[in-house]
Design a protein around this ligand. Structure first.
Ligand code: G
Ligand code: G
Ligand code: MN
Length: 430
C-alpha cells in the first residue's frame, strides 16, 4: 500500500535518521527514536481481507501522525512498522509520546461488522555517543524486546546497550547460516553419514542412523548449527525429502550387496506437519525396491505427545505404510509419561545424557534401569545413545538395554566407508 501520504519511505527514514544523528552529535543535542510495530496486524489482513487491512492501516497511521509534533519526523519502515524521530526531546517527552501512541491506537476501530482494538509494541532508543550501532538498529532491538515481553508496551533501551547483543548477533548468525544452506542446496553440499546401532543379543546391526552433513566452500557446518536454522526457515522439509530419498538409496545399495540393513532417519516437526508428508512417503517406495520396513523414522518425544491431527495422522500413516518409528533423545524433553501408553513407536532411544557419566553415576544408572524396564513392559526395545567406553557398554548391557550406538563402535561414517565397516564388523562378530 503506497498511499500513506506524509510518511517517509523506509529508505528516507534511514537517511533522515543519519542526518538527524549527525546534527545532534554536532550540536550536542538529544535525539530519540520510537519504533512502533503493530501487534498481530497480519490477522487483520487475513481475517478481514487486505482492503479492510489497508483502511485500518490508514486510520492507524493518521492517529500516529496526530501524536507527533511538527518538527518530529515520521516514517513507515515496514508494512506495519513506523518510526518517529524526536530531535531535541527529553526522555520524559519521548516516553509520553509513546504512551499517547499506545492509547490512541487502542481506541476502537470498526472493521466491517466488528470492533478492532489495535495494540502495538514500541521500542525507544536515545542517541548515545558511546554507541557504535545506529539509533534505528537499537530502537528496533528495543521494539523486539517489547514484543517478546508480550507486546502492548514500550521498552527503553539504555544508551550504552549495543545492538550487537545476543539477540541481534544470533539473528545475524542465523541469516548467515541460512544463506549457506541455500548455497549448499545449489552446490550439492549435503551428504549423509551413517552410524550403526548394534543389537546386544546377537551382535547384529540393528540399524544405521543417517545423519546429515553440510559442506559449503570447504567449510563444514555443524548439524546443531544448521538443523535448527533449516527448521526455522522451513528448508528442513526440502532437505528432509532429500535425506529420505538418499537413505532409501543407501538401503537399496546394502540390499543389493546382500546385507539388508535398516536405515533410521531423523524427522523434524515441520516435515510431519507438511501436508505432503504421506505423498512423499508414498512416492519414495513407489519407485524403490526397498521394503518400507527397512526405513525407521526417529522423532523426538514432543512429536509423539502432539495429539494434533496432522502429526498423529502422518505417524499412523507411516506405520500403516510399514515403516517403524522410534523415540529419539528420550528423557530430555518432557517428563510426561502418559503419552507412552498409546504411541505407535516400537523403539526408544535413551539420550546420551544418561550414558555419559556411567558407570560411576548411580543415579543415571537407576534412571536407565527404570526406563528400560518401563519401555520393555510397554513392548518397546531400548537403544542407548552415546556409548563411548567399554565400561559404559557393559553397564548398559547389564541394565538390560537392547541395543547400543556410539563412538565406541564407530563415529558416523561417510557412505563410502559404511559397507566396508559393516563387512569388517561381520568378520569380528564370529
Ligand atoms: O550428527 P550429529 O551429527 O551432530 O547431529 C546433531 C543433530 O542433528 C541430531 O539431534 C540429529 O537428530 C539432527 N539431525 C542430523 N541429521 C538430520 C536430518 O537428516 N534431519 C533432521 N531433522 N535432523 C537431523
Ligand atoms: O539427536 P540424535 O540422537 O539424532 O543425535 C545423534 C548425535 O549424536 C549425532 O550428532 C552424533 O554425531 C552424536 N553421537 C553419536 N555417538 C556419540 C557418542 O558416542 N558420543 C557423543 N558425544 N556423541 C555421539
Ligand atoms: Mn537421532
Amino acid at each position: 500500500m503506497d498511499d500513506l501520504t506524509g510518511f517517509l519511505s523506509r529508505q528516507k527514514c534511514i537517511l533522515e535518521a543519519e542526518r538527524l544523528t549527525a546534527l545532534a552529535l554536532e550540536h550536542g543535542s538529544s535525539l530519540y527514536a520510537l519504533w512502533v510495530s503493530l501487534n498481530r496486524f497480519r490477522e487483520v489482513n487475513t481475517s478481514f481481507g487486505h482492503q479492510a487491512g489497508d483502511e485500518v492501516l490508514l486510520e492507524l497511521a493518521n492517529r500516529l501522525k496526530a501524536q507527533a509534533c511538527p518538527h518530529y519526523r515520521i516514517g513507515r519502515i515496514g508494512a506495519d512498522e513506523f518510526i518517529i524521530l524526536l530531535p531535541g526531546a527529553t526522555q520524559a517527552k519521548a516516553a509520553s509520546v509513546a504512551k499517547q501512541i499506545h492509547t490512541h491506537l487502542r481506541a476502537p476501530l470498526r472493521v466491517g461488522q466488528v470492533n478492532w482494538r489495535q495494540t502495538c509494541s514500541i521500542g525507544m532508543a536515545k542517541l548515545g555517543m558511546e554507541s557504535s550501532s545506529s539509533l534505528l538498529e537499537r530502537a528496533d532491538l528495543a521494539m523486539q524486546e517489547a514484543k517478546q515481553a508480550g507486546g502492548g508496551q514500550t521498552t527503553v533501551i539504555a544508551p550504552n546497550v549495543e545492538s550487537n547483543n545476543t539477540t541481534t548477533k544470533q539473528k545475524r548468525q542465523e541469516l548467515n547460516i541460512e544463506e549457506k544452506l541455500h548455497e549448499a542446496i545449489e552446490l550439492n553440499g549435503f551428504s549423509l553419514h551413517y552410524q550403526p546401532i548394534i543389537n546386544v543379543a546377537d551382535n547384529s546391526i540393528e540399524a544405521c542412523e543417517a545423519l546429515m552433513r553440510c559442506r559449503v566452500h570447504e567449510q563444514l557446518l555443524a548439524p546443531d548449527q544448521f538443523i535448527p536454522v533449516a527448521e526455522k526457515t522451513g528448508l528442513i522439509v526440502e532437505l528432509g525429502d532429500w535425506t529420505l530419498l538418499t537413505a532409501v538409496h543407501m538401503a537399496e545399495r546394502l540390499m543389493a550387496s546382500g546385507r539388508p540393513t535398516k536405515i533410521a532417519v531423523n524427522i523434524s516437526r515441520a516435515q510431519l506437519t507438511a501436508p505432503k508428508f504421506q505423498q512423499t512417503l508414498h512416492a519414495l517406495f513407489a519407485i524403490s525396491s526397498v521394503p518400507p520396513a527397512l526405513i525407521e523414522l526417529e522423532l523426538t518425544e514432543s512429536l509423539f505427545m502432539d495429539s494434533s491431527t496432522p502429526v498423529r495422522r502422518n505417524l499412523d500413516a507411516a506405520v500403516e505404510a510399514g515403516l517403524s518409528l522410534s523415540i529419539d533423545d528420550f528423557g530430555t524433553g518432557y517428563s510426561c509419561l502418559a503419552y507412552l501408553k498409546d504411541i505407535p513407536a516400537k523403539k526408544l532411544k535413551m539420550d546420551r545424557l544418561f550414558v555419559s557419566n556411567l558407570p560411576e553415576d548411580r543415579k543415571s544408572l537407576a534412571i536407565i534401569r527404570a526406563i528400560t524396564q518401563l519401555a520393555q513392559d510397554l513392548g518397546m526395545t531400548v537403544v542407548a545413545e552415546g556409548v563411548e567406553t567399554p565400561a559404559q557398554r557393559d553397564t548398559l548391557i547389564s541394565a538390560g538395554v537392547n541395543a547400543l550406538q556410539g563412538f565406541l563402535f564407530t563415529r558416523p561414517l561417510p557412505d563410502t566407508l559404511l559397507e566396508g565397516w559393516l563387512n569388517r564388523f561381520k568378520a569380528i562378530k564370529v
